[in-house]
Design a protein around this ligand. Structure first.
Ligand code: GTP
Ligand code: MG
Length: 138
């Protein structure tokens, strides 16, 4: 079993889609083992997405992620990282397979409803960025 960090982004929390998105995770066999609603500062969003600091969309991404509350969560299951990315769909909703979260809910390549860790090392770092050991029950 494996854990991954998921974020329900501001475009989705604003449209009250948390439950519909969580149903997609649960239907795919992912278990939500930790979850909280937070409002990131620009500094926190910038730190989280620092790997993209040199990309032209970085400032737009940071401003968006700090614009309204998000729901950060830890998903657990067999191959959780890959499974979550499958359920999310492609970054650009125009390319996302039907039935995926981004195909159904995302508004644009920037405002694309969800984030998911992309590898075991980043999952570990991203979970530790948002959750303490006390918040993560076995
Ligand atoms: P995350 O799970 O959020 O990391 O998405 P991803 O892994 O599918 O995509 P990637 O890591 O390449 O990009 C991170 C995020 O930057 C995306 O989810 C988008 O929100 C945003 N992003 C990527 N490309 C663009 C772009 O061309 N324009 C804008 N405005 N945002 C972008
Ligand atoms: Mg990514």
């Amino acid at each position: 079993t494996e854990r991954t960090l998921s974020i329900i982004k501001p475009d989705a929390t604003r449209r009250n889609l948390t439950g519909k998105i969580n149903a997609k995770f649960e239907d795919a066999g992912l278990r939500i083992v930790a979850q909280k609603r937070i409002h990131l500062t620009k500094a926190q969003a910038g730190e989280f997405y620092k790997v993209h600091a040199e990309r032209p969309f970085y400032q737009e991404l940071v401003d968006f992620m700090a614009s309204e509350p998000v729901v950060v969560q830890v998903l657990e299951g067999d191959n959780a990282i890959a499974k979550n990315r499958e359920v999310m769909g492609a970054t650009n909703p125009a390319d996302a397979e039907s039935g995926t979260i981004r195909a159904e809910f995302a508004e644009s390549v920037g405002e694309n409803s969800v984030h998911g860790s992309d590898a075991p090392e980043t999952a570990k770092e991203e979970i530790a960025y948002f959750f303490s050991g006390l918040e993560l029950v076995g």
